[in-house]
Ligand binder design. Structure first.
Ligand code: GLU
Length: 509
């Protein structure tokens, strides 16, 4: 029988979820949805020393904001495999049970070395010029573990509660082969793999043991995670093998790194491109560090998700804009690159701009309205929608609307000095007076009518419309650039336009 498609996102609550983490969640979500499967949130909190308050809540809120909510797991309703927090799962005794099974079958062992003894071992190996000093098939022979101590001694140490860990017994010089959906076949010699700790002295499992036990117990079909886990995958393959549960092993997919813009190294959460690295604002109480979020910087979740999907994946066509549903349809791990994906701040803004343009004027007006109210302005929804229609063309964010269009709500009191200097003279001043008069007589104040009247007035005064166009704009808005001029006049309306032109005539010297 085909395995049901079940993917888990398994973050450790050691800080805010950065965008690389969100991408891992996104790819897992897309695959699960595409195949009608489950998307699970499991919290991997076995390392109590790295636990950060608020991180779990942050992860949940971030997934919700992105619109990629799990259908099972912490914060999203318990499914058949509760609990979904590893610290709670530990209480079930499952990790210890599997570890014991490995010890009993001779594939894991107890190690009683103190941290001083481990330090001494490292120094010894370094002195002997060992390139990567590690606890392995060679070095373990000189350490205090159940492979070197007598059975009686081991029993005594265990009975007296001597602190110990359980380590994986990695064989010497054996080829370990495994398949990764993104990378194909990977072959590693076991000499490069250390005897990983599976169960710590506090009884907590390490990531290596815990995620395997949970993936088995939760019937996970695909393990999708960051590239940084690739080096430990061979140890994981051995654990499945030694448990006799290779058939329960999920398919592996190690995602490529997200690289800095210049392609030099991994993108850092302290990146200074001006684009956030976190989905939502994140304040780390422990370190006092604060990071700004995509949400708070005016990005739409759809744009954020679309941009992230393109970091490492491509549809094989030139299409760049994908709704979440379209991503679900188009996604496959086969189209995820092996090599790192460069982060592009400009492209990230471009995505937001595309989504901004796709929004209806009424949606944008609803988003812009709070800013207008903050400025103590009462404006009709219809009018605000009209403003949005005009200012959205040049914006990447709704937050730019006010800076670029406050003059729609507040008549100018100052006028662009450069334009005035260049364009204000007797003739142009006469034009402004004349066009004000002509506008007063207009019955229909549409963009087309105002433009026709504008041109006719210029012609009457023997001027080209180009000579007074920008000046006219400055009289209406105070600034030299902006949206389509006569659309702007139509939106402001006859009364307001006339009033602003009269004020300009009286003010500009
Ligand atoms: N807890 C691991 C991490 O946060 C999860 C890796 C995995 O998905 O297996 O990186």
């Amino acid at each position: 029988m085909e395995k049901r498609v079940r993917l888990r996102f398994a973050p450790s609550p050691t800080g805010g979820l950065h965008m690389g983490g969100v991408r891992t969640a996104l790819f897992s979500y897309l695959y699960a949805k595409k195949h009608g499967g489950d998307f699970i949130l499991r919290i991997e909190d076995t390392d109590q020393t790295r636990y950060v308050k608020g991180a779990e809540e942050y992860i949940i809120a971030a997934l919700k904001w992105c619109g990629i909510a799990p259908n099972e797991g912490v914060g999203f309703g318990d499914g058949p495999h509760a609990p979904y927090r590893q610290s709670e799962r530990k209480e079930l005794g499952i990790y210890a049970k599997y570890a014991k099974q490995l010890v009993d079958s001779g594939h894991a062992y107890y190690a009683f070395d103190t941290s001083e003894e481990l330090d001494a071992m490292r120094k010894r190996l370094e002195a002997a010029k060992v390139v990567a000093p590690q606890y392995n098939s060679v070095s373990r022979q000189n350490m205090r573990n159940s492979l070197t101590l007598s059975e009686d001694e081991v029993k005594k140490l265990l009975d007296t509660g001597t602190p110990h860990v359980i380590r994986l017994k990695v064989p010497r010089n054996e080829e370990i082969r495994f398949h990764d959906i993104i990378r194909g076949w990977v072959v590693v010699n076991s000499t490069q793999v250390d005897d990983k700790v599976l169960l710590k002295s506090d009884g907590m499992p390490t990531y290596h043991l815990a995620h395997i036990v949970d993936d088995i117990e939760m019937e996970v079909s695909h393990c999708v995670r960051a590239e940084e886990w690739l080096p430990s995958a061979p140890a994981h393959i051995l654990i499945y093998k030694y448990l006799g549960l290779e058939d329960k092993m999920p398919l592996l997919a190690h995602l490529p790194l997200i690289l800095k813009t210049d392609g030099n190294g991994k993108l850092s959460k302290r990146d200074k491109s001006g684009i956030p690295m976190f989905p939502l604002d994140w304040h780390d109480e422990r370190t006092g560090e604060t990071y700004t979020g995509y949400r708070e910087n005016g990005f739409f979740p759809e744009a954020f998700i679309n941009m992230l999907a393109m970091l490492g994946w491509n549809p094989g066509t030139t299409q760049e804009i994908f709704s979440l549903d379209e991503l679900v349809q188009a996604f496959s791990f086969e189209r995820v690159n092996k090599s790192g994906a460069k982060f592009d701040p400009e492209k990230t803004k471009w995505f937001n701009q595309q989504y901004l343009r796709m929004k209806s004027d009424s949606e944008l007006a609803a988003l812009f309205m709070p800013t207008i109210k903050e400025h103590n302005i009462v404006a009709e929804t219809k009018f605000v929608e009209g403003v949005c229609k005009l200012v959205k063309e040049k914006a990447h964010f709704v937050s730019e609307f006010w800076a670029n269009g406050s003059y729609f709500f507040i008549a100018p009191t100052t006028y662009d000095a450069d334009v005035i200097k260049k364009r204000w003279n007797e003739q142009s001043a006469a034009f402004i007076k004349e066009v004000t008069q002509a506008y007063k007589n207009l019955n229909s104040f549409t963009a087309a009518e105002t433009e026709a009247t504008f041109k006719a007035t210029a012609e009457k005064l023997g001027m080209g419309p180009g000579q007074v166009m920008q000046l006219f704009r400055v009289c209406l808005s105070g600034v030299g650039g902006g949206p389509m001029l006569f659309e702007m006049a139509e939106l402001l309306g006859k009364e307001e336009v006339v009033k602003r032109l009269e004020t300009a005539s009286a003010t500009i010297k």
